[in-house]
Design a protein around this ligand. Structure first.
Ligand code: HEC
Length: 276
């Protein structure tokens, strides 16, 4: 059963002006509370949060509840999205390689030459004659040694690099293949006397960058160039890849480069090669 209708509460004030007046009086009622719930202790009409302006101030602080539905996209989202779109276009454009299949899909492409097997690398060339070593050695000399020892093996005082041309370490009865292999494999520091003149430079080791056959070739080249011919028998070079390999194995890993004193301690007839 629905309860009988109760009469609406009587509104004692019935004109707009009276309503406003009552409302204004209510606004100035000192028993009003603030939004935080604290009673307002201002005196009526003195001004403060219980005045019309005060109430408006409080109401203005409040914000609308978030609404469901369509909101305009914020400008910064549009800017970020636009920038990403442009970057993506640029990225595809610059990295697509024209969408060529042979670039992008390498799985079934046949490369010429044999695949490189790290456990089974292709053997190094093994030049056997002075002529073969000379041609490889000239290229290595021009690529590496020339920077310090110069085109005609004259050396470079500015880098404290001694001459190779006519050096007793390189040609003549005092030249030792075992010493030469060590100089190029591991480098040289501390003073060294070459052709009666002392040089105090630093030759960096070449044994990491150059392979045994390349070092043998470069040494054969310097021994048979600049007007000298140390290997009279063209078929039997005195510095072979096998000799450099044997020196590398004999010395092993070594951080320090050699010194003149250490080299001189190696007898002239010493060889790293196994005696036949
Ligand atoms: C970065 C400069 C530099 C490079 C590259 C260089 N050397 Fe040297 N080399 C020197 C210096 C400096 C010395 C002297 C070191 C010392 O004073 O202890 C020297 C000494 C030598 C010596 C003994 C001294 C002499 O003059 O006879 C030989 C042999 C030699 N180098 C050969 C070579 C060969 C071969 C190459 C190339 C594979 C080479 N060097 C690359 C700087 C260099």
């Amino acid at each position: 059963m629905t309860p009988p209708d109760e009469p609406p509460p009587t509104v004692p004030i019935d004109t707009v002006q009276a309503l406003h007046a009552a409302h204004m009086a209510e606004m100035n009622d000192p028993t009003m509370v603030t939004v935080a719930g604290d009673p307002v202790d201002d005196q009526p009409g003195v001004g403060g949060q219980d005045t019309v302006q005060g109430m408006h101030g409080i109401l203005m602080r409040e914000h609308a509840e978030p609404r469901d539905g369509f909101e305009p996209v914020p400008v910064w989202v549009m800017a970020v999205f636009g920038a990403l779109l442009m970057w993506g276009g640029y990225y595809i454009g610059s990295g697509s390689a024209d969408f060529r299949r042979d670039v992008n899909d390498g799985s079934d492409i046949q490369f010429s030459g044999l695949p490189v097997d790290p456990d089974n690398p292709a053997p190094d060339p093994d030049p056997k004659t002075v002529a073969d070593l000379m041609s490889i050695g000239e290229a290595r000399y021009r690529a590496v040694c020339i920077a310090c020892h110069k085109a005609e093996g004259e050396g470079d005082p500015a880098q404290k690099a001694p001459p190779l041309r006519g050096s007793e370490w390189v040609v003549g009865p005092e030249a030792s293949p075992a010493r030469l292999a060590r100089i190029v494999l591991y480098g040289l520091h501390q003073p060294i006397t070459v052709a009666g003149k002392q040089h105090d430079g630093v030759m960096p080791p070449q044994g990491v960058a150059l392979k045994d056959y390349e070092i043998a070739a470069a040494l054969t080249y310097v021994r048979n160039s600049f007007g000298f011919k140390a290997d009279a028998d063209d078929a039997n070079p005195s510095i072979t890849p096998a000799l450099v390999k044997a020196a590398r194995e004999k010395v092993g890993k070594r951080a320090e480069s050699f010194t003149e004193k250490e080299l001189k301690a190696i007898p002239l007839d010493y060889t790293d090669l196994p005696k036949k």
